[in-house]
Design a protein around this ligand. Structure first.
Ligand SMILES: *Cc1c(COP(=O)(O)O)cnc(C)c1O
Length: 400
């Protein structure tokens, strides 16, 4: 059987512009004309395929990007949104009603945690937070009114690997949906092929890779994309988190280099993880054999794209982490900044930044120490040179 190749699937799409442009034309329009009034009525009622009505509903530029993402993921369809958070919230709000219940990984992106733990209270939707690597616990937490299981392929910031086939079996057995945020591992892990019903992305990170905009995506089957875009009941259509077509066009171009970038992020990630480990630091990286889900990761991942560009290391206290990060920035290792998937290395102290929405006692429960630094390793050409800078910073700040 031919190996699934997300990059070739994107490459093989014939998506050229109106005038034979090698890049699809950017549709800079909010609304669209119809030659016949009846076509407009049919389009409104979803009975006319291939016609555009209004850009909150569908925009051709967004459709090009969505089609390319669906090709990458191997899903029937996809939808792009103005942020990763809006992709996540749109999908969840579409599936849940007042009084429903969700089982979620306790380690997720901070914004996702806050939405699940705080915001959904408005709708009386309860969430059970569990250690997602404990699949028995996941199954035990399912109730009569559970609608979905929520996780990240590789969780933020603890880099636990979700056993997607096992979670999918549980979801199927109990008739609930499996939603997977794959922001950390595009191309590396393909959740849809491993049993996820809906795959979510913050395109802001690796997929776009340039840190010049915020965007998101939902990859799913056709019926779900139709449901979220329904003019009467679709959460995407009615809440309206629409990506600007100029932006979707620039993200689309960057998507075409994603496979090369992921390989380089992973190559550099593995290199630094090993160097860090040699100093005796406790390194969390799924590519290291001592990572608790290393074997699982090897089973789930695409061999061409490596173990990813994210590394987490505990430096004990937030004070120590701060000193080291400031020094690394000074020495040109990268930037002290939140976010990830950028061409330069970024580092932040998770407990005080991207996971600060997670209460202290929950941070403890998920094993997030106050001194944890999350590294998003960049595309550095000479990674040994970068390591020498880091090593100097580790020494000078007394981290090793
Ligand atoms: C950043 C991030 C999000 C949120 O995405 P935005 O584009 O910032 O809205 C969701 N999940 C993960 C894993 C993230 O890293």
């Amino acid at each position: 059987m031919k190996k699934y190749d997300p990059a070739s699937n994107i490459q093989d799409l014939l998506q050229f512009g109106e005038f034979g442009d090698v890049n699809p034309s950017i549709t800079d329009s909010a609304t669209y004309t119809f030659m016949e009034a009846k076509t407009m009525v049919d389009t409104f009622h979803g009975e006319q395929e291939g016609c555009f009505l209004y850009s909150r509903h569908w925009n051709p530029s967004n459709k090009y990007l969505a089609d390319a993402l669906a090709a990458m993921e191997g899903t029937e369809s996809a939808w792009v949104t103005a942020s990763g958070m809006s992709a996540i919230t749109t999908a969840i709000l579409q599936l849940c009603n007042t009084g429903d219940h969700i089982v979620s990984s306790i380690t997720t992106y901070g914004g996702t945690f806050a939405f699940l733990a705080n915001y959904l209270k408005k709708f009386n939707i309860e969430v059970s937070f569990v250690d997602i690597t404990n699949t028995e616990k996941v199954e035990q937490s399912i109730r009569q009114n559970t609608k979905l299981i929520y996780t990240e392929s590789v969780t933020n910031p603890m880099l636990q690997v979700s056993d997607l086939p096992a979670l999918s079996d549980i979801a199927r057995k109990h008739g609930v949906k499996l939603l997977v945020d794959n922001t950390f591992t595009p191309m590396i892990i393909r959740p849809a092929a491993l049993g996820a019903d809906i795959v979510l992305y913050s395109l802001t990170k690796f997929v776009n890779g340039k840190n010049d905009c915020v965007a998101g995506a939902i990859c799913a089957d056709k019926s779900f994309v139709e449901a979220i875009s329904d003019v009467n009941s679709g959460s995407a259509m009615l809440l309206g988190p629409i990506l600007d077509p100029l932006r979707s066009s620039s993200i689309h171009k960057n998507l075409h280099t994603l496979h090369i970038r992921m390989q380089q992020h992973s190559k550099n990630g593995m290199y630094l993880a090993e160097r860090f480990r040699e100093t005796g630091l406790r390194v969390i990286y799924p590519g290291l054999p001592e990572h608790p889900q290393h074997k699982l990761m090897k089973k789930l991942m695409h061999p061409d794209f490596g173990f990813g560009g994210m590394i987490a290391i505990d430096f004990g206290t937030s004070q120590k982490a701060a000193e080291l990060m400031e020094k690394m920035q000074e020495e040109g290792v990268g930037y002290l900044a939140v976010s990830l998937g950028y061409f330069k290395t970024l580092f932040s102290n998770s407990g005080k930044s991207t996971s600060s929405e997670v209460p202290g006692e929950v941070q403890k429960e998920m094993g997030l120490s106050e001194g944890l630094i999350r590294f998003s390793v960049g595309l550095d050409h000479d990674i040994e040179r970068s390591w020498q800078k880091i090593f100097h910073c580790l020494k000078i700040t007394g981290a090793i």
